[in-house]
Design a protein around this ligand. Structure first.
Ligand code: NAP
Ligand code: NAG
Length: 332
C-alpha cells in the first residue's frame, strides 16, 4: 500500500483524474445499461400489435404447423388477426386451420403447404397469389431447421448443410420479398424473424446453423434501417432453448420455457431490445435476456470464453445423443 502511494504521488494529478474519469464513465455506462435492461425486461411492455393492423388484417406465419410457429399463429388469431399458415405438411396445416377457425370464430385462415428446402419457384408463385390482395400486418419468419444433432462441421452431411441454408436464409429472404412491398405501400407492418443464441454467438458443432442465424441477424438489422422511413418495424427475435421438437427438450425450466410462454413474451415485448448490441433485435424471454445482457455487457458475443463454453456444451449434447441412439439401436 505504501509502495502504491509512492507510485501514485509521482503521477501528475491531472492524469490520475483522467483515469478516475474513465473508470467512472465505464461504471456509469454499465449501470445505465443495466437500468435500461431491467426496465425493458421486467417493467415495460412492447409495442401494441394494433399499431400494425386492426382486427381482420392478416398475419403470415412460416413453419406454422408446429413448435413456435403454431404458437405464433394461435396467439395472433386470439388477437383477431386472420392467418396465412405456411409450412411443410398439408395435413397438419389443415388441422391447425380448422382448430383456429373453430376456436376464434371471427377469423379466417388460408394455408399453403410447401417444402422450403426444395426452393421451388412455383411454391413462391403460389404464395404470391395467395397473399396478393391481403392487407398483411405481420410477417413472422419462423421457419427454420437445425442440425439433427450437434456435429463437427467436416462430418456434416451435404444435404443437411444445403437444407439449413436454403430454409433458414433463402426461405426468409424470398417470403419477405413477397410480403414487404405491400407493407411499404400501406406504411405499416411488422416483420419478425426468429434468430437464435446459436447465431448471436459462434456455436461450434452447429456451425452451419450458427452461420445461417448470424446471416439473418445482419440481414434483419439492415432491412430494419431500410424500412424505417416506411413505418415498417423489422425485428430479430433471439432465443435460447425452448421446449419444441427442434430442441428435443421436453421439460420446461426457468431457462427453457414452453413454446406458449416464449411466444407470449415474443409478441408482448417487441421493441424492448434497446440494450442489445445489435439494433432492432430483442430477447423476449426474461431469463434468456439475463444471459444475453450479462454476456453482451461483460464478455461480448465474440468472447473466447463464451465460445469454449458453447463448444463444451455441444460436445456434451452430441455425446449424449450418440449414446441414446446406440441404446435405441440395441433395443431393436
Ligand atoms: N426451439 C428452440 O430451442 C429454438 C431456439 C432458438 C431459435 N429457434 C428458432 O425458432 C424457429 C422455430 O423453431 P421450432 O423449435 O418451433 O421448430 P420445430 O418445432 O421443429 O417446428 C418447425 C416448423 O417449421 C416447419 N418446417 C420445417 N422444415 C420445413 C421445410 N423444409 N419446409 C416447410 N416447413 C418446414 C415444420 O413443419 P412440419 O410441421 O411439417 O414439420 C414446423 O411447423 C426456428 O427458426 C428456430 O431456428 C428455436
Ligand atoms: C416445382 O413444383 C412444380 C409444381 O408442383 C413441379 O411441377 C416441378 O417439377 C417442381 N420443380 C422442381 C425443380 O422440383
Amino acid at each position: 500500500m505504501a509502495y502504491m502511494n509512492d507510485v501514485l504521488s509521482v503521477v501528475p494529478q491531472s492524469i490520475l483524474l483522467g483515469f478516475a474519469g474513465i473508470g467512472a464513465l465505464f461504471l456509469g455506462s454499465k449501470a445505465l445499461s443495466y437500468l435500461q435492461f431491467f426496465l425493458n425486461v421486467f417493467v415495460l411492455s412492447g409495442t401494441n400489435l394494433r399499431k400494425y393492423g386492426k382486427k381482420g388484417t392478416w398475419a403470415v406465419v412460416t413453419g406454422a404447423s408446429d413448435g413456435l410457429g403454431k404458437e405464433f399463429a394461435s396467439q395472433l388469431a386470439a388477437k383477431g388477426f386472420n392467418l396465412v399458415l405456411v409450412s411443410r405438411t398439408q395435413s397438419k396445416l389443415q388441422d391447425l386451420s380448422k382448430e383456429l377457425e373453430h376456436k376464434f370464430t371471427h377469423i379466417q385462415t388460408k394455408i399453403l403447404a410447401m417444402d422450403f428446402s426444395a426452393d421451388n419457384d412455383s411454391d413462391y408463385e403460389r404464395l404470391t397469389e395467395l397473399v396478393r390482395d391481403l392487407d398483411i400486418a405481420i410477417l413472422v419468419n419462423n421457419v427454420g431447421q437445425s442440425h439433427s444433432i450437434p456435429t463437427p462441421f467436416v462430418l456434416t452431411e451435404k444435404k443437411e448443410l444445403q437444407d439449413i441454408i436454403t430454409i433458414n436464409c433463402m426461405g426468409t429472404l424470398k417470403v419477405t420479398q413477397i410480403v414487404a412491398p405491400g407493407m411499404q405501400q400501406r406504411k405499416r407492418g411488422l416483420i419478425l424473424t426468429m434468430g437464435s443464441f446459436g447465431g448471436w454467438a459462434p456455436t461450434p458443432y452447429l456451425a452451419t446453423y450458427s452461420g445461417s442465424k448470424a446471416f439473418l441477424q445482419q440481414w434483419s438489422s439492415s432491412l430494419a434501417a431500410e424500412l424505417k422511413s416506411s413505418n415498417v418495424d423489422v425485428q430479430l427475435c433471439l432465443s435460447y432453448l425452448v421446449t419444441t421438437a427442434m430442441s428435443k427438450v421436453r421439460r420446461t425450466s426457468a431457462l427453457i420455457p414452453s413454446a406458449r410462454a416464449f411466444v407470449r413474451s415474443a409478441l408482448g415485448k417487441i421493441g424492448t431490445g434497446t440494450w442489445q448490441a445489435m439494433p432492432d433485435t430483442y430477447t423476449p424471454f426474461w431469463s434468456h435476456a439475463l444471459i444475453g445482457w450479462a454476456a453482451e455487457t461483460f464478455l461480448g458475443t465474440g468472447s473466447r470464453i463464451l465460445r469454449s463454453y458453447n463448444l463444451k456444451m455441444h460436445v456434451d449434447i452430441r455425446n449424449r445423443a450418440l449414446k441414446k441412439a446406440a441404446r435405441e439401436a440395441k433395443k431393436q
